[in-house]
Design a binder for this molecule. Structure first.
Ligand SMILES: [Mg+2]
Length: 437
């Protein structure tokens, strides 16, 4: 039996809070982090996966990864890669670990990292980038990856098969199209809450010059500031670049409605207006702030929550995340749900490695699921890419389709040792942050 002979986990943290990169109304001082896992086989193959966090607690995710070690080391690699649907179910439905969720939170995210590492290994073995490996699978093989438990009132296996079969004829043309012109991106780089007005305007002008057609601003700390920053951003961007806003869960439902109404009705969307678990709250906000679309998903715990948000019309832009739910398999379920409800997917990215990972899901969606780019964009933030073996390439406002084999998730070995927490050279000697200050 050729199985996983090596599983290594590491707690990697980047001190991004020192520059206020990534600052928003709820997360004023993130240190972008990865709970990182490497799987190795006796044949020397490797798969890399990670969970994105923003600092403290990254060690908790590493502990959750360790709790999966017995499952991982028991895998027969050939059998596992031939039946990833069963692997997913075995991990997610572990009869004791399941109590910690079920299917949400730290344990679920750790499962996602393992699942994504297995997909990385599968794509390398196939000599293909992940998006192409998935886009080359038959509709039957794709639906076998999905656990339809809890979904069938909204999406059955047969309906999912239908969706995938309908997209089959155009696959080759769309794949060519992606390789030629790439996938649209939008940028969040100018809009962090900790940046002053001059930096906001400078970065907005840069974004427009770089070819982006949508810029996202963080909002929700102070309404007057938000009105001013929105005006300054629009001045700098000109009429051809749309503006979305992101409250990062800052508001109660009524407060969200008032605040968004005050910001005007020409926003591209309002993102995470309230608690990610408040399905009915999202529906109330969406109805009240229309025509401004409501976007959410980066902290949506699982496919069941996405199902409810779609059923309740609580979102009209779906922002799946590569490392929040349990990996590629569950994100395939989410893409299928979005296609069933006719809602565009604009994945959450940024952080560390999220752009590298999620581009594969968006490109696969275009080729084999939704079949369209209408209203679709992948988030882009221009930092920390240099730590990856195959960093994203965003040119003229578009992601170039990656061609290197794998899932894009491998971080450079040098970065992994330099940013290891707390003993890597970047961290050793640092005074711990006073969390009560
Ligand atoms: Mg966001």
């Amino acid at each position: 039996m050729a199985g996983v002979v090596r599983m290594a986990t590491s707690d990697l943290r980047f001190p991004t809070s020192r520059e206020l990169d990534g600052s928003d109304a709820m997360n004023p001082d993130p240190d972008y982090s990865a709970a990182y896992v490497t799987l190795g086989t006796a044949a020397g193959e490797e798969g890399h996966g990670f969970v994105f966090t923003i600092g403290r607690g990254n060690d908790v995710v590493c502990a959750a990864l360790e709790a999966l070690r017995p499952h991982v080391l028991a895998l027969d690699m050939d059998a596992a890669l031939a039946d990833m649907g069963s692997v997913w179910r075995r991990l997610v439905h572990d009869s004791q670990l399941r109590w910690l969720g079920p299917e949400k939170g730290v344990m679920h995210m750790a499962i996602g990292a393992v699942v994504n590492a297995l997909w990385d290994l599968a794509a390398r073995r196939a000599g293909q980038p992940l998006w192409r490996l998935l886009a080359g699978m038959s509709p039957e093989a794709l639906v076998d990856l999905v656990d339809f438990r809890y979904l069938t009132d909204a999406l059955t296996r047969e309906e999912a098969l239908d969706l995938l079969r309908r997209a089959e004829p155009g696959r080759a043309a769309r794949e060519e199209d992606l390789l030629r012109v790439g996938y649209p991106a939008y940028t969040t780089s100018p809009g962090w809450l900790g940046y002053d007005d001059a930096k906001l305007q400078r970065l907005c002008r840069q974004a427009a010059a770089d070819g982006f057609r949508l810029v996202k601003l963080k909002v929700g700390a102070d309404l007057e500031d938000d009105v001013r920053r929105l005006r300054l951003a629009r001045e700098a961007l000109g009429p051809d670049v749309a503006v979305a806003v992101d409250a990062n869960q800052r508001w109660d439902v009524r407060e969200a409605i008032g605040w968004v109404t005050a910001l005007g009705d020409d926003l591209a969307w309002v993102e995470e207006p309230t608690s990610p678990d408040d399905v009915l709250g999202h529906a109330a906000i969406a109805a009240a702030v229309a025509p401004v679309p409501v976007a959410t998903g980066e902290q949506c715990a699982n496919r069941v929550m996405f199902k409810q948000l779609l059923q309740a019309r609580g979102l009209s832009v779906l922002q799946l995340d590569a490392t929040r739910v349990a990996g590629v398999n569950e994100n395939l379920a989410v893409l299928l749900l979005a296609a069933k409800f006719g809602v565009p997917v604009c994945p959450h990215a940024g952080g560390v490695g999220l752009c590298e990972a999620v581009q594969h899901l968006a490109m696969f969606d275009y080729v084999a699921v939704s079949g369209t780019l209408e209203g679709r964009m992948i988030e882009y933030v221009d930092h920390l890419h240099e730590h990856f073996v195959t960093p994203v390439e965003v040119v003229a406002g578009r992601y170039r389709a990656p061609v290197a084999p794998g899932a894009g998730t491998e971080m450079l070995a040098a970065s992994r040792s330099r940013y290891a927490y707390p003993h890597g050279p970047v961290w050793s000697g640092q005074t711990p942050v006073d969390v009560t200050a």
